[in-house]
Ligand binder design. Sequence first.
Ligand code: BJW
Ligand code: ZN
Length: 247
Amino acid sequence: MIEDSILAAARALGPASRVMAFTGAGVSAESGVATFRGAGGLWEGQPVEEVATPEAFRKDPLHVWRFYEARRTQARTVRPNPAHETLASWQDRFPGWTLATQNVDGLHQAAGSRNVLELHGGLWRVRCCACGRHREDRTVPLPELPPRCAACGGIERPDIVWFGEMLPRDVLEAASLAARDCQVLLVVGTSAVVYPAAGLVEIAASAGATVIEVNPQASALAHLADVVLRGPAGELLPRVAATLAAS
Ligand code: BJW
Ligand code: ZN
């Protein structure tokens, strides 16, 4: 029964102070953002290897930028949903709160989450391939594709972590520390197949945290979950919050 799982989640969260949420594309699904590996997935008709690799960008930066322009255009029109909002509200409920996301859409921040650990970068930042300069750019559409660095004239790329690239070291370190230290880990809307991010679940579970999975389908690491909430995060997280607030 889902009510039992909601109660179990609220009971685990109730006395906890160090709580971490680890989110993936599913948390934004109810905002209208397609997931990566689901039906109607973002990569449909466009293999991941063609767009989300440094090799693809070197070969054809314009092609890759067109893909990201479409992502940026969509991301600008979508709004956070109750799952983002519930997670944002918990940063003030738990003194040791950490939110680490694989998403690049910025919806956690739009819901009011602060200090979000963006494991795979962000759609609204660009980085110069030549001099490494980072900058925020929310212009849609960009006036010139590919955009050029104002400092050195080099080609700029989306500041996103592609396959085969390292995650930002400081972000991954902070997330790994939080995973090792948390009492409860919420794993929300991720298939948990992409590493090293998915490894955060293994770190928390082996350090003894209570793992709560929120997902309509079992993730690859569902066997590590102590509590399983099978259903949409935008519906179930507010129910956990309501039970928690009433207890
Ligand atoms: C709901 C819901 C609702 C639906 N409510 N839930 C073998 C071959 C090649 C590479 C590797 C390999 N083995 C390991 C690797 C490394 C590779 C990797 O893990 N690959 C695997 C796929 C096998 N990892 C990397 O390359 C990483 N870097 C690295 O390892 O560096 C070290 C290194 C350096 C040099 C050489 C070698 C290694 C980098 C990974 C970067 C990932 N980048 C992407 C693309 C970003 C680009 C972009 O956004 O444009 O990040 S891939 C894509 O997957 C994206 C996501 O962040 C990531 C995770 O996906 P996520 O979020 O879990 O989404 P889905 O779609 O998979 O799942 C959605 C879930 O939501 C589902 O479970 C639904 O059921 C659920 N859901 N509705 C709640 N309403
Ligand atoms: Zn530059």
